[in-house]
Design a binder for this molecule. Structure first.
Ligand SMILES: [Zn+2]
Ligand SMILES: [Zn+2]
Length: 163
């Protein structure tokens, strides 16, 4: 039930993602620039949940000095539109977090409210029930975010040890 952690994207996968990204740029009459390509490549290197700031810092550390915070912030919605990233973890309270969506199986999250640990899961029964529910209300689903909040096993163990 646990979803495999994503691995950094291979070059062919990056190329396919760039094709999608170019389509979105074209629709908006925007040009592919070296910095935009670097942002796509940088985003696809992440294997976890990250924010725009972390991505900008990482790109700058790798010598992409044009990847200012403002530029990365502006580019993130384009990556979401291209299906490369998805917004995730609404309950974190730390602003918008992203994760790779491109060529990845859909998953949801269990979030520990004590230590912030995130467990990714895919539970087929949930997915089916959502479709049944939508059908019942004649509602067309476009996407969903499932976040189940609670305490992970190590935090519960630590709390027991303190008691
Ligand atoms: Zn925890
Ligand atoms: Zn995730």
């Amino acid at each position: 039930m646990r979803v495999e952690r994503s691995v950094p994207a291979s070059e062919p996968r990056i190329k396919r993602a760039l094709v999608k990204f170019r389509d979105v740029l074209r629709k908006k009459s925007l040009r592919m620039t070296p910095v935009r390509e670097a942002i796509v490549r940088g985003a696809l290197e992440h294997t976890d949940h990250f924010d725009a700031q972390k991505l900008a810092r990482r790109l700058q550390a790798n010598g992409v000095h044009e990847a200012s915070m403002a530029t990365v912030y502006r580019t993130m919605p384009l990556l979401v539109e291209a299906g490369i990233l998805q917004q995730t973890l609404l309950s974190s309270g730390e602003g918008v977090l992203y994760e790779i969506a491109f060529e990845r199986e859909h998953h949801d999250h269990l979030v520990c409210t004590v230590c912030g640990k995130v467990i990714e899961f895919h539970f087929e029964a949930f997915e089916r029930l959502q479709k049944d529910l939508a059908a019942k209300y004649d509602f067309e689903l476009t996407r969903h975010v499932h976040e189940l909040l609670g305490r992970c096993s190590s935090c519960r163990r630590a709390a027991r040890a303190r008691a």
